[in-house]
Design a binder for this molecule. Structure first.
Ligand code: MET
Ligand code: ZN
Ligand code: ZN
Length: 373
């Protein structure tokens, strides 16, 4: 039982032998080859969004694989696939004995789907984060149904806005003037007209991608107690995603003026208000981009750089000065994140592991930057 062939070796023995191959000899132990350089951060979030179970073809938490190889599960695209792809790529690289100048860190963070306030937003302010000395980060992107891969260099700013309208209450049978509902209706109309304008701007210009215009959806209406009681207060909640080139101060003034134009007693508050949109440069002035895009080119991957329509933890990383790219290596895959029947083909998943095994060496070998010498 002690000398089996390599394919039969007990996995614990394999692990032990791999560990022995790492030359941790003092006084220069081989922990990573140049710890003075900033590190590469591979970030992923562990939380997922809720499901409407009855709308799924398979139990969304069973990870059912159909006869064609599609794996159905909440998180199959967003973004449990990437967590495992990072781990598998790093495992392969370690197994092959690779060493790189830059250290690679992986973070698995909570709460991204509810805004990251107890997750990445806090973490980037902690000494533990500073200690990672991250110089560049990879985080999630979106699948691409074509042959190409999308890579995200910026994000729209989430602004969650609740407009509250107050007015005269009274009996539901009367023509009461100055009601909360009338004024709220005006604000809703102004905002939905703005939505239509942005939609038309997107539709009429084939060069514009979704992330380049501002979107808004009316996502909640609240107020009222009975059919025949005119309420004194009503509110409408909106999910704005503001394009990174928008003047945020002017945009807030616009919100203010829509509310003012609706009449007295119309105010708004923010559930989320991102004020630091950042763009990670996608030209060769950015050595991280140069390494990323070169590695993709070497693999014959077509890249489509875009602004992410949604928001991820990348915004917290970019805001503390860590350039980040949002990349989910899923081509020929419909965008199904947050949707029913979220799924990923196992071949696409496995190809993603291969892609990271090429990307990570390139990124972790970026020579010292001017700021690091
Ligand atoms: C705005 S907080 C981020 C939550 C989620 N990722 C979204 O974009 O909706
Ligand atoms: Zn996500
Ligand atoms: Zn998500």
């Amino acid at each position: 039982m002690t000398s089996k062939g390599p394919e039969e070796e007990h996995p614990s023995v394999t692990l032990f032998r791999q560990y022995l191959r790492i030359r941790t000899v003092q006084p220069k132990p081989d922990y990573g080859t140049n710890p003075t350089l900033s590190s590469i951060l591979l970030n992923s979030h562990t939380d997922v969004v809720p499901v409407f179970k009855e709308c799924w073809s398979h139990d969304p938490f069973e990870a059912f694989k159909d006869s064609e190889g599609y794996i159905y599960a909440r998180g199959a695209q967003d973004m449990k696939c990437i967590s495992i792809q990072y781990l598998e790529a790093v495992r392969m690289l370690k197994m092959e004995g690779h060493q790189f100048p830059r250290t690679i860190h992986m973070t698995f963070v909570p709460d991204e789907e509810v805004g990251g306030h107890q997750g990445m937003e806090l973490f980037v302010q902690r000494p533990e984060f500073q200690a990672l000395r991250a110089g560049f980060a990879l985080d999630e992107g979106l699948a691409n149904p074509t042959d190409a891969f999308t890579v995200f260099y910026s994000e729209r700013s989430p602004w969650w806005v609740r407009v509250t309208s107050t007015g005269k209450p009274g009996h539901g049978s009367r023509f009461i003037e100055d009601t909360a509902a009338e004024k709220l209706h005006k604000v809703v109309s102004s905002i939905l007209a703005f939505r239509e304008k942005e939609w038309q701007r997107l539709q009429s210009n084939p060069h514009l991608k979704e992330g380049a215009v501002t979107s808004v959806n009316l996502t909640k209406l609240e107020g009222g107690v009975a059919y025949n009681v005119v309420p004194a207060t009503m509110s409408a909640s909106f999910d704005f995603r503001v394009a990174p080139d928008v003047d945020l101060k002017a945009f807030e003034e616009q919100l203010q003026s829509w509310c003012q134009a609706a009449g007295e007693g119309v105010t708004f508050e923010f559930g989320q208000k991102w004020m630091q949109p950042q763009v990670t440069p996608t030209d060769d002035s950015n050595p991280w981009w140069a390494a990323f895009s070169r590695a993709c080119k070497d693999m014959n991957l077509t890249l489509e750089p875009e602004i992410l329509p949604a928001a991820t933890d990348s915004r917290y990383l970019r805001a503390v000065g860590v350039p980040a790219l949002g990349f989910s290596p899923m081509n020929r895959t419909p965008v199904l994140l947050h949707d029913h029947d979220e799924r990923l083909h196992e071949a696409v998943f496995l190809r993603g592991v291969d892609i990271y095994t090429r990307l990570l060496p390139a990124l972790a070998s970026v020579p010292a930057l001017p700021s690091e010498s």
